[in-house]
Ligand binder design. Structure first.
Ligand code: GLY
Length: 384
């Protein structure tokens, strides 16, 4: 199939959910990616942390994050049914703790912000935190119990989306897109590195941090995304140590952030660095050291666990830390990128928003603030 209704450039979880939802709406859909189901989701921990990852100035994004978190249970049920396997969704809640007095002040500020935003989180003393999670260090000064922030396994999620796409008839071109084709001021498809020329009614650029690098995209609609490196560790909790942690534990440890995400299958994910180093994905001794140092201060018993994997990925950062969704100023070209720290969380709502945009040309209300047009160059008024 050289011709489709929708051509999605990028087969990470955002590209896949877009393709799946588009195919469900009856659109003939193709995806271009040398390794569909890969990308940042292969590294991500999978926290669904709308409340515990709240930041000042991101209240609009919070609305989208909460909408997506609320859709997760139904989304998981539907996807598991469509793919025929589970995605490791765990409604375990999160505990966010502080180690020293400054960390506690930081956590109190977060609690105040959460409360102002109408979110549910409960302040606990250090002792109450340790009662919930006995492996926590005695030095923990207090923390926030957030029962609504859950987790999913991003690798299983990606595999399920890939399977669901295949079952829904999405066609995969396992190579790279080299250039967007623009004919008479309209996106018309893409030329692939193997020389194939694909034509399509609509093109969705969903290539994560690489989305700003596709040749042929006119400068004024090129998404302003950049790579933000995150190093992540994976450990294994042997059955004799289980349950090591019963929920996601996040912390501020002497000013630096760390999180521990325990999966039901015994995997424990520890993350993450946040580094503006361009396209570098080297796992460094310094990155691993800092994560293990902070995780050890938080949960001393972690040094007993086998370290099974170290990896670095690239978050697609955007200028306001929020995604770019839907039509651009170039007819026929849509974006689904820039999800930064929230790609896994925003997968359900992105799929719904993109399906709506691809079928009607307009984003649903909750996604409208995330139009790529918010970054369009300001048109200068011509003097009279
Ligand atoms: N949301 C977790 C991270 O980006 O590290």
């Amino acid at each position: 199939m050289r011709s489709s209704d929708v051509l999605v450039v990028g087969g990470g979880i955002i590209g896949l959910v877009t393709a799946w939802r588009a195919a469900q709406r009856g659109l003939r859909t193709a995806v271009v990616d040398p390794d569909p189901g890969g990308g940042a989701a292969r590294v991500a921990a999978g926290m669904l942390a709308a409340v515990t990852e709240l930041h000042y100035g991101e209240e609009t994004l919070l609305g989208l994050n909460l909408a997506s978190a609320a859709r997760y249970p139904a989304f998981v049920t539907e996807l598991e049914e469509a793919a025929g396997h589970d995605v490791g969704y765990r409604a375990c809640g999160t505990l966010a703790v502080a180690l020293d007095a400054d960390d506690r002040a930081h956590m109190r500020e977060l609690h105040a912000l959460q409360t102002r935003c109408g979110l549910v989180s409960e302040w606990l003393s250090g002792r109450e935190c340790r009662r919930l999670e006995p492996m926590l260090a005695p030095g923990v000064r207090g923390g926030l119990r957030v029962d609504g922030d859950h987790q999913v396994d991003p690798r299983r999620l990606a595999a399920a989306l890939l399977r669901a796409c295949e079952r829904a008839g999405v066609l995969f071109h396992r190579t790279l897109a080299e250039r967007l084709t623009v004919v008479r001021d309209r996106a018309r498809g893409a030329v692939l590195t193997d020389g194939q020329e694909l034509t399509s009614g609509l093109v969705v650029l969903a290539a994560g941090s690489l989305s700003g690098r596709l040749a042929g995209v006119p400068e004024e609609v090129l998404p302003p995304v950049r790579p933000v490196k995150g190093q992540v560790l994976r450990l294994r909790v042997p059955p004799a140590y289980a349950p090591f942690l019963s929920r996601t534990v996040r912390a501020v440890v002497r000013g630096s952030h760390v999180y521990l995400v325990p999966r039901e299958n015994g995997e424990l994910v520890v993350g993450a660095t946040s580094e503006e180093l361009g396209w570098d994905t080297t796992v460094t001794a310094g990155g691993v050291y800092e994560l293990l140092r902070d995780a050890h201060e938080l949960v001393p018993g972690i040094t007993e666990l086998p370290l099974t994997e170290t990896r670095a990925g690239l978050r697609p950062g955007s200028p306001d830390n929020a995604p770019l969704l839907g039509p651009t100023d170039l007819p026929g070209l849509h974006l689904a990128t820039g999800h930064y720290r929230n790609g896994v969380l925003l997968t359900p709502v992105t799929g719904d928003a993109m399906a709506e945009a691809l079928t009607t040309g307009a984003l649903p209300d909750e996604a409208r603030p995330f139009t790529p047009r918010r970054f369009s160059p300001v048109r200068q008024e011509q003097p009279a």
